[in-house]
Design a protein around this ligand. Structure first.
Ligand code: NAG
Ligand code: NAG
Ligand code: NAG
Ligand code: NAG
Ligand code: NAG
Ligand code: NAG
Length: 659
């Protein structure tokens, strides 16, 4: 009797468990016989688009994923930027803008499968290719290898990440169908197979041996050599082509059977400051896509929506340091602001030939031109540094951003001269750009900009005892690609010398502001205000109905822009090609919105009628570029400007205000 009951109960449990598995979970695998993926036993081909949750305001995730589904796509691909989630070692953040679980659940709501690129390295034109800067506190660490200094934190992070995302695997009822190991590892010279094997085994241990793992590399045998492992599915990436069979033939060298996969089909391309905006012809994108789909290939469009490098999240590239701008529009089918473009409609038409279109295309969001907002000078950075609220850190020789634990944005270095001297200050260790102000007898005597990989990095000075120099160093974004990734320490990375002797005793202060801070308005003005030295400016935008808008910065030179508590990113209209910065409506509120700018070089405020920013209803990311600045002309301009503002200072005294 008892035995029969046990058998009965066991049978019921067995039936229930089979039933639960059938309704809530699925299977996803590779069918090598039929050269296809199979989802729940049926052939499955994905038409996917890349979108990075870190580059789209969380409030807009639903809108963008809706538009992706409406274009007929059945999958998305996203990167996980490690540094976005683990700002300091062991401190994890998966909330709000970093809530990747919610992002993936919204994708699932729209029946979009997810191709997960879990890193730890992602490239992506993202700061340090997604690696956290605190790794660099360990001298000599070799990224993307089995170096124990690297692999130990990688191991801890992958455990955390995979534990978080495991419930979202397709077999567990979630949207994730495949997981990528590393990223284009075959393009990285280290070629450490043990490192790839480590990542493979980590994924298998954490996620289960039944999850489809893959690698992505350029479509050349040279790339596939170091980027692939025999038992991880090898895919390739390539842009416009009218003979896709040839490109896929390279994948076939590694995978004679199985689905054809282009993991990054380039719908556009990235930009650099100082270079023309990249575009890729819509007709070419549509035709290439059509040809690949006709072959039965799986395609991921990189990007489907590029989005924005808010804050300090842009990466940079080598040889010759070149930073990525704030906009990551990418000339993708959905614009930076998620708008429907002609490219979107053409892609939609191509996909409709293969996948029945079932959804209406949602409209683009409204944009509003709020007009001009006068900006007012608040203080120079020199004044601010004299503010007692600022507590600097002292050292004999300059510390790097990483040593200071201040990884992004700016650090101000201060040195007081203990004896008179004349000679050259050598700043060749500046990473990446420095704004130097020399205070001689309590007056500004030298203002200079020193730029890595761009000309002379010495400054002639003549100093008396008690003079001091302030050097604001900007991290313009850590390199995200290639061997120079190991050259990513920021700040004053070597000694500053005067006549070849290292200057000793420095004070350093990291600063990353947001507009809710008031500390920047000093109570005293020790050095008179300057429109041609690093300074803060503030303004108020009054909004009745928040809508998306664009900050037009064309009057200004270079700096950082904040609205309310949001760091909107870097502006550099004088360099180009980007002139306007995208402001999502969710960063605005009804009533007063507080604008704060750190202008690093030259404000248009000599003439009060040009001291403003303007809110426009259209983007401008393809402005003219200034690749070759004439620095001598600029210095002359700066000198003239300083003379004029000294005069205007008298006229406008009492004009500046405190909040
Ligand atoms: C896959 O290939 C096998 C062997 O060629 C064949 O028997 C089977 O029907 C194919 N399955 C599908 C879904 O086409
Ligand atoms: C997702 O697919 C299911 C099943 O095919 C369908 O019932 C549902 O309407 C789809 N959802 C969307 C948002 O298309
Ligand atoms: C700075 O100079 C001191 C004294 O010569 C030296 O010990 C130190 O290593 C130098 N620092 C760097 C980063 O070169
Ligand atoms: C803005 O700065 C204040 C003062 O430092 C800080 O308390 C607050 O958390 C910051 N807000 C954001 C969103 O970073
Ligand atoms: C200030 O700029 C306005 C508009 O560009 C111009 O009309 C005016 O003459 C300028 N004033 C001075 C003092 O330069
Ligand atoms: C910039 O883009 C706009 C919108 O696509 C276009 O009308 C304009 O001609 C472009 N300008 C340049 C300089 O390429």
């Amino acid at each position: 009797m008892a035995a029969r009951t046990v058998v009965f109960i066991c049978t019921v449990i067995l039936i229930i468990s089979i039933f639960i598995k059938d309704v809530s979970a699925g299977t996803f695998a590779i069918d090598y016989d039929n050269d296809t993926f199979v989802k729940d036993g049926k052939p499955f081909r994905y038409i996917s688009g890349s979108i990075h949750y870190s580059r789209v305001p969380a409030q807009y995730w639903d809108d963008r994923l809706h538009k992706i589904a409406a274009a007929g796509l059945n999958a998305i691909q996203t990167y996980i930027p490690w540094n976005f989630h683990e700002a300091e070692e062991g401190q994890y953040d998966f909330s709000d803008q970093r809530d990747v679980v919610t992002f993936l659940q919204i994708a699932q709501k729209y029946n979009l499968s997810v191709i997960l690129r879990s890193g730890p390295y992602i490239c992506g034109e993202w700061e340090f290719g997604g690696l956290p800067a605190w790794l660099l506190r360990q001298p000599g660490l070799k990224v993307r290898t089995m170096d124990p200094k690297f692999i130990k934190p990688v191991d801890t992070w992958m455990t955390k990440l995979y534990t978080t995302l495991k419930p979202l695997l397709y077999k567990n009822g979630g949207p994730i169908i495949t997981v990528q190991i590393e990223n284009e590892y075959g393009s990285y010279p280290a070629c450490d197979y043990n490192y790839l094997r480590f990542l493979r085994d980590k994924a298998r241990t954490m996620l289960g041996s039944d999850v489809v793992l893959f690698t992505t590399d350029g479509d050349g045998d040279g790339y596939l050599k170091c980027g692939t492992l025999p038992d991880v599915y090898a895919t390739v990436d390539f842009g416009i082509t009218y003979t896709p069979a040839k490109n896929f033939a390279i994948q076939r060298h590694k995978e004679p059977k199985g689905p054809l996969v282009n993991s990054e089909f380039y719908t556009g391309w990235l930009d650099h400051w100082g270079e023309k905006h990249s575009t890729t012809a819509t007709a070419a994108v549509a035709k290439s896509l059509d040809l690949m789909l006709a072959l039965g290939a799986n395609v991921n469009m990189y990007m489907f929506e590029g989005g924005t490098n808010f804050g300090f999240w842009n990466g940079a590239e080598f040889p010759s340091y070149k930073a990525i701008p704030t906009s990551y529009d990418y000339d993708a089918p959905l614009s930076e602001a998620g708008d429907i473009t002609d490219k979107y409609m053409k892609v939609w038409q191509v996909i409709a030939k293969y996948n029945p279109v079932t959804m209406d295309v949602p409209p683009s969001t409204l944009k509003k031109a709020y007009g001009k907002v006068p900006m007012r000078f608040a203080s120079t950075l020199v004044d601010h540094m004299d503010n007692s609220a600022v507590i600097p850190l002292s050292s004999v020789y300059p510390l790097t951003f990483e040593q200071l634990g201040h990884y992004y944005g700016f650090v101000v270095y201060k040195h007081v001269f203990r004896m008179a001297a004349t000679g050259n200050l050598d700043l060749s260790g500046v990473r990446d750009r420095a704004y130097l102000t020399l205070i001689h007898n309590a007056e500004v005597s030298v203002n200079a900009v020193i730029e890595r990989d761009n000309g002379n990095m010495t400054v002639p000075v003549s100093v008396s005892t008690g003079d001091y120099v302030l050097i604001i160093v900007e991290n313009q974004g850590r390199i995200n690609y290639g061997n120079h990734m190991n050259d990513n320490v920021k700040g004053l990375t070597t000694n500053v010398t005067l006549n070849n002797k290292p200057l000793e005793v420095w004070e350093q202060t990291g600063f990353s502001y947001n507009a809710s801070q008031q500390v920047l308005f000093p109570t005293k003005t020790s050095v008179s205000k300057g429109y041609s030295m690093p300074s803060f400016y503030a303004g108020i935008l009054v909004v009745d109905e928040p809508q998306d808008t664009y900050f037009d910065m064309s009057q200004w030179t270079k700096g950082q822009l904040y609205i309310n508590s949001h760091n909107l990113g870097r502006y550099w209209p004088k360099k180009g090609p980007q002139v306007r910065l995208y402001v999502p409506k969710y960063y605005l509120s009804r009533g007063e919105n507080f604008i704060l700018m750190i202008e690093l070089e030259q404000a248009p405020c000599l003439n009060i009628s040009t001291c403003y920013v303007e809110f426009m209803d259209k983007p401008l990311i393809n402005g003219t570029v200034d690749g070759a600045e004439d620095s001598s002309e600029k210095q002359a301009d700066t000198f003239l400007a300083r003379m004029i503002w000294l005069l205007l200072d008298l006229l406008y005294s009492g004009w500046e205000w405190l909040i």
